[in-house]
Every structure is written in structure tokens, then in C-alpha cells.
Design a protein. Structure first.
Length: 486
């Protein structure tokens, strides 16, 4: 059985209160280990360590020196690939085939990708005319924002944590990370890598715990935190915004979504089925960018529903180490209870259950895990709760449409605005519809295709701000203007 301690000022430390909580594997409910819960004292120590590193060795390094260390971190993650893979799969239950291609390699790549992007981005300069004719020179200088609080989610624990930590450190900041209480392992393991690579103590700190009256609340309300970056549900984001308002700390948030997929009759059906399959069922539906509402043009509606259901029925549920498995459990029994409540609600609201709708029999060894069936519905009204509320499970509702204007209105009729996928072979239509989507991201004939140089974030209640490429530079640095009279 493992013990997950905090990583503060370069050392693994226990909670002074002695409070711990269980970390259980969602595959079979087995106990992975005990996690130390941070109190105010541990959060204070982590923030002070981050501040000292910022004022000390980390702040005194050149950008080239920091980038060299971060590249070592990326290389060391890859050298310890199997350890990170095992830790991630035990925490989340996801298939090794998925985590080995996405979570771990992309998690490592975030350090190098952002270091290279930020190292090569120029600042601005302007020559200003003055009444005496001599002029003045203005130029921009970027400085680290300071100590960054990183609140990371459980669905892609390493990837989405390093998506924030990578650019924050590359810009010269220090961080205090609070991973989800559901998935503490890889964030903790990264502390070992930081030690091994010679990253100065206090640059990377980890505190474990929950939200209210625990690590999350203590961290986001701490007045020596200079900025907060968060990925998670909208309700939690609202609470963090309230905390950040005291002291006017900067925030970047990627929150919930109820993402639409739009399938036109002129699509390449094979591409649309394959892409929608991934966008609905990848990672057991626990992807913020996933599709929960599918709108299909009426001439191909019946064929699309039939083919998607047949393909989803072929998903192979199994342990992460099963090479044939491509569908794992939900992250916890608690989350399964939430998703199952929507499965029941869909029936109550009048849905036709095309596929799934319950809990599979996984056999005696696995039935204590958080397994759930991939599920497809049709027939719900546009005002049904299942159509409007984020479920975050492996399910979707499919509805027919007749006109382009109609589906644009339907797709945008939500409080969320994170992502959208459009399937059509008509390039003019693709551009026309994409530009009318009230979302931060639009994919055309693809899904989850990400260039780290591009802007990432949501509209409406799906978030505030943008990260990725130079947009991360904007958030993780303060831009100062220097004006020199000539």
C-alpha cells in the first residue's frame, strides 16, 4: 500500500494534523494507498517555499538555464514512463493503450513545447515622437507573475496538470499544485522527478486534499498566491472566482461543457462515426471536450444512429493492462452514482434507450469497480435536463435537424461554450457554421486534434481566459512597459 505525502520545498512531508484519506482504484475498488490531507499549515509552508524559490535560486536563473532543467524533466518523465503509466492507470482505471499514447507522452511534452514557444516570442517596442524632436523609446519587458496556484482535475491528471505547470515554470514562476483528491499519484511522482533533475527546492510544490475547508480553499484564498489556474466544473470555478476577487488575483479557468457535434448529410460517414465515437466514449466520456449532444441531418439520421450504436456496442471493457480493452471504468463510485442518476432521468424524461443505460456485469473480481455501460439516447425534448446539463460520462443524445440555421441555434442553446465538432465535406459550410459557434474551440472533420501553439479555453460558463502558445505567456507573465526619453 502506497502513501502519498505532500511535496513541499523539495521534500515529501506528512500532514501535521495526521489527517489522511483513501485512494481507491476504480477498476475493482481496491485500496491503492492513503493520502495525506493538507491543512492551513501545509499550504502556508508550500506557498512560502514557492516565494523563497522565486526570490532566490529560480528567480536568479537565466531563461536558458530554466529551459534546460525543464527539458531534463520532460526526458526524465519519459525515462520513467512505465512508472507514470502504472500510477495514472491505477488512479483513473483508463486503458493503458489510451494513457500510453495521450496522458504520459503529452504530459512530458508540455515542458518542452512551452519552453520552446515562450523562449522564442518577442515583446513589443515603439519609437515615440516628442515635442523636442529627440523622441522616446518604449519597449516591453515580461516578468514572472509570481507564485501560481494550480488546481488540476482527475480526468487527465498528468496531462492537464503539466499543461499549466509547464508554461508557468518556463515563464519563471513557481507553483503550488493541488491535484484532485481522486488522482494524487502522478502529481506526487513528478516531485521525485523534480528532485532528480535538480530543480531548486520550492519551485514545484504539491498539497493534497479536498476543496472546502481543505487544501483547495486554503490555497485559493491565500493572499500570497499571485494567480490561480483551474480546470474543473463550473460550480467550483465560481467559488474560486470569489476567492480570487479578494486581492484581485488573476485567474484562468477551463470549466464545464455540454458540447455539440453537428453531422451534415454531406459528411464522410466513416469519418463522422469514428470521430463521434471517440468524442463521446473516449476516457469513458470523462473529457471536458467530449460530445454529449449530437445533431444529425435528417436524411442520414437513422443510418448514423444505427452505425454509432453498433460501433459502441463493440467497445471492450476491461482492466487497464488488457491489451484488447479500450473502455475503462468511471473515476469513482461516487461519480458513477451521478452518471447513473442521469441514466435514470433520461428514461423518466421519455428517452428511447438505443444502447446501454445501466451497469455491466464485470464478474466477481471487478464488480466492486466503477463500471458503467456506454449509452446512447434519442427522442428527448430540447428542454430535457439530460440534454442541457453536463453529465461527464460515456453517453450522448442524438437528435435530427433539417436546416443549417436550425442546428446552429440548437448547438448554441446552452449556458456552456467550450467546444464543437462539425462533420461536413462542404468547406464553405464548415467555415460558415464554425464562425457562428459560441465556443472557444471548433473542430471540423476531426476531434481532439490539438496544436499547443493555439488558444485553448471556453466561452460563456465554460471558462475565462485562454492558455496555449503565446496565450499562456500572457497569463503567466506581467508585461511591463519601459519608456526611455532620448
Amino acid at each position: 500500500m502506497k502513501t502519498f505525502k505532500h511535496f513541499i520545498n523539495g521534500d515529501f512531508v506528512s500532514s501535521s494534523s495526521g489527517r489522511q484519506f483513501e485512494n481507491r482504484c476504480p477498476v475493482d475498488g481496491s485500496l491503492i494507498g492513503m493520502v495525506h490531507e493538507a491543512g492551513q499549515a501545509e499550504v502556508d509552508a508550500a506557498v512560502q517555499a514557492a516565494r523563497a524559490a522565486l526570490d532566490g535560486p529560480w528567480g536568479q536563473m537565466t531563461q536558458a538555464q530554466r529551459i534546460e532543467l525543464l527539458n531534463k524533466v520532460a526526458d526524465r518523465i519519459n525515462e520513467r514512463f512505465e512508472e507514470f503509466l502504472e500510477a495514472e492507470c491505477r488512479d483513473t482505471g483508463k486503458p493503458r493503450s489510451l494513457a500510453s499514447h495521450i496522458d504520459i507522452p503529452r504530459g512530458a511534452a508540455n515542458f518542452k513545447a512551452f519552453s520552446e514557444t515562450l523562449a522564442n516570442h518577442p515583446t513589443e517596442s515603439f519609437k515615440l515622437d516628442t515635442p523636442d524632436g529627440a523622441g522616446a523609446l518604449n519597449y516591453g519587458v515580461r516578468k514572472p507573475k509570481g507564485v501560481i496556484a494550480v488546481i488540476s482535475p482527475w480526468n487527465l491528471p498528468l496531462l492537464l496538470m503539466t499543461w499549466k505547470v509547464g508554461p508557468a515554470l518556463a515563464c519563471g514562476n513557481t507553483v503550488v499544485v493541488k491535484p484532485s483528491e481522486e488522482t494524487p499519484a502522478t502529481t506526487t511522482l513528478l516531485g521525485e522527478v523534480m528532485q532528480e533533475c535538480g530543480v531548486p527546492a520550492g519551485v514545484y510544490n504539491v498539497v493534497h486534499g479536498f476543496g472546502p475547508d481543505s487544501a483547495g480553499e486554503f490555497l485559493t484564498s491565500h493572499q500570497e498566491i499571485d494567480a490561480i489556474t483551474f480546470t474543473g466544473e463550473t460550480r467550483t470555478g465560481e467559488i474560486i472566482m470569489q476567492a480570487a476577487a479578494v486581492g484581485l488575483r488573476d485567474i484562468s479557468m477551463e470549466c464545464g461543457g455540454k458540447n455539440p457535434g453537428i453531422v451534415f448529410a454531406d459528411c464522410d460517414m466513416d469519418k463522422a462515426i469514428e470521430g463521434t465515437m471517440r468524442s463521446v466514449f473516449a476516457n469513458c466520456g470523462q473529457v471536458c471536450l467530449g460530445t454529449e449532444r449530437v445533431y444529425v441531418e435528417r436524411p442520414i439520421f437513422d443510418e448514423f444512429v444505427k452505425r454509432l450504436a453498433e460501433t459502441a456496442a463493440g467497445l471492450k471493457l476491461g482492466r487497464p493492462e488488457d491489451p484488447d480493452a479500450n473502455f475503462g471504468p468511471l473515476v469513482s463510485l461516487e461519480h458513477r452514482d451521478k452518471v447513473l442518476s442521469y441514466y435514470r432521468l433520461a428514461v423518466e424524461e421519455g428517452a428511447r434507450v438505443v444502447l446501454g443505460g445501466g451497469v455491466p456485469d464485470m464478474g466477481a473480481e471487478l464488480n466492486e469497480g466503477a463500471w458503467i455501460e456506454p449509452t446512447i439516447w434519442t427522442g428527448l425534448s430540447d428542454d430535457a435536463r439530460v440534454v442541457n446539463e453536463e453529465i461527464f460520462g460515456p453517453c450522448c443524445h442524438i437528435r435530427p435537424f433539417d436546416r443549417e440555421e436550425e442546428v446552429i441555434e440548437l448547438a448554441n442553446s446552452t449556458d456552456y461554450g467550450l467546444a464543437c465538432a462539425i462533420w461536413t465535406e462542404n468547406s464553405a459550410r464548415a467555415v460558415r457554421v464554425a464562425e457562428q459557434m459560441e465556443t472557444g474551440l471548433v473542430w471540423v472533420n476531426s476531434w481532439f486534434l490539438r496544436d499547443l501553439r493555439t488558444a485553448f479555453g471556453g466561452a460563456k460558463q465554460s471558462g475565462i481566459g485562454r492558455e496555449g502558445g503565446v496565450h499562456s505567456l500572457e497569463f503567466y507573465t506581467e508585461l511591463k512597459n519601459v519608456c526611455i526619453k532620448l
